[in-house]
Design a binder for this molecule. Structure first.
Ligand SMILES: [Zn+2]
Length: 466
């Protein structure tokens, strides 16, 4: 850079000093994930309060020494937006590894539903959710979309750990944990949503209807209407299995997306998860109605449900987020692993290595994901004015070098354990892989105790032939 432009930069930045930032990330390769995916090498991100206040290139940074006392040195790292996990059931961490290698129907009806009925309580759901929150933060997820029972416990766990969440109280037309009378399911969800609306900037409520098979048309319509009145999103599992599609057709004469449309619930407020068996007309229908969609390939693969036509969905204008699903069908919440799997599975599905590029995957877990969560103006990119949900990924480890293309390396080389620092809304939650405000070992100790009790109880049931 020449003398003239150096001086111009100096002049500009001297003029631009409007108070000191509260936190500065100095150095590192900044992957902004803005539309044209600009990458800034050896730059600086300044944070004031909750928000990103300034982003400097290397040259600008050199011309403008920082006077902030709170500096994170990020040389040799990748600085990027925090990841958005668009679908999980947090407290299911309690059932991680408990019922693997089973078909979905057997897994769900013979293992998961009975385990939930026996072991889920507000206390165990809180503990399982705490475990999920620390697992997600430690692997770079700063925002997630959850749908389960005892969602109040999940919201408290999120509050405790400082992670951002869109929390959907579960609705199903059977007696469920915390809701013995299914006729009260929407009422419980409504009370949850009203309690948490406006309670914390980091927690947004939602309603989660389990599926078009496990919720009646009446329940789905009522949930949709409640969500519209409260201005909150409605989540649903859609077309997850072939059996589900067949059952919906048998009962309604329509494919699942057309069935939901006939109920009047397909709109921009609906978040449809899985979408494995969408046909061409259903993809177009979801796109034309602006439905938000979520892809959860690892769970679909583990339960051999199938694979959503994800590259076709994107080519028709849908902008899906990516989700891990719950820990009983994944079995982890690592969004870096999910990106890698999603890219490779789509390539083998299409017989085309050019589909689902690393840029597309990175958008799915950041900018598109934040839009799926209804937070697109707020998070999802490194951009001035956005909330400072930022993660710093260690790029000095052997599997990250050489670093020709940081976006490609994030998708195909990085893992959750490469995340070094985590910031949510301007607050450092994890620094050098150490949590600052919570003690994970205390949570893990409690989980170990609870896991022991669950295991003992399962063994006793097995011996008794239950
Ligand atoms: Zn799910």
């Amino acid at each position: 850079m020449g003398i003239t432009s150096d001086r111009a930069i100096e002049r500009h930045y001297k003029c631009d000093r409007n108070g000191k930032p509260d936190l500065v990330i100095e150095g590192g390769t900044i992957v902004t994930v803005k539309d044209d995916m600009p990458v800034i090498k050896n730059g600086r991100v300044e944070i004031s309060g909750r928000s990103i206040s300034r982003i400097l290139s290397h040259e600008e940074r050199m011309a403008c020494p920082t006077d902030c006392s709170d500096v994170i040195v990020a040389d040799g790292t990748i600085v990027m937006p925090g990841l958005v996990n668009c679908h999980t059931h947090s407290a299911m961490t309690l059932f991680r590894g408990m019922a693997d290698d089973l078909p979905l129907k057997k897994w769900l009806f013979e293992k998961i539903f009975p385990a939930e009925a026996t072991f889920l309580s507000p206390e165990t759901a809180y503990l399982g959710s705490l475990l999920a929150c620390i697992e997600m933060l430690a692997s770079g997820t700063t925002c997630f979309m959850d749908g389960y029972f005892f969602e109040d416990s999940l919201a408290h766990a999120a509050l405790e750990t400082g992670i951002r969440v869109i929390a959907g109280q579960g609705v199903i037309d059977f007696p469920a944990p915390g809701i013995p009378d299914p006729s009260a399911n929407i009422l419980v969800a409504r009370e949850f949503a009203e309690k948490w609306s406006g309670f914390s900037d980091l927690i947004k409520p939602a309603i989660f209807c389990h599926s078009p098979v496990t919720c009646s048309g009446k329940t789905l319509s009522y949930a949709c209407e409640t969500c519209r009145v409260l201005g909150i999103p409605l989540f649903i599992h859609l077309s997850e299995t072939r059996l589900e599609v067949e059952e919906v057709i048998r009962k309604s004469g329509k494919r699942p997306a057309h069935y939901l449309d006939s109920l009047g619930i397909l709109d921009e407020n609906l978040v449809a998860v899985h979408n494995v068996y969408l046909d061409e007309s259903e993809i177009d229908l979801l796109a034309s109605k602006g439905v938000r969609t979520v892809h959860a390939p690892e769970s679909n693969m583990k339960l051999a449900s199938g694979m959503a036509p994800i590259s076709k969905m994107i080519s028709r204008g849908l902008r899906p987020g990516l989700g891990t699903d719950g820990c009983a069908s994944n079995n982890n919440l690592d969004m870096f692993g999910e990106m890698d799997t999603a890219a490779k599975a789509a390539k083998i599905q299409a017989g085309d290595p050019t589909v689902m590029s690393s840029k597309t995957l990175l958008k799915m877990v950041t900018s598109w994901g934040s839009a799926v969560g209804g937070l697109n103006g707020q998070i999802g990119t490194i951009e001035v004015g956005k909330e400072a949900d930022v993660i710093i990924v260690d790029a000095k480890r052997p599997h990250m070098r050489p670093l020709y293309d940081p976006i490609s390396s994030l998708v195909y080389c990085a893992g959750g354990s490469d995340v070094r620092d985590v910031i949510v809304a301007g607050k450092i939650l994890m620094k050098d892989r150490k949590f600052l405000a919570i003690e994970p070992s205390d949570i893990i100790k409690e989980i170990k105790r609870l896991g022991g009790l669950i295991e003992k109880s399962l063994l006793q049931a097995q011996v008794a032939g239950i």
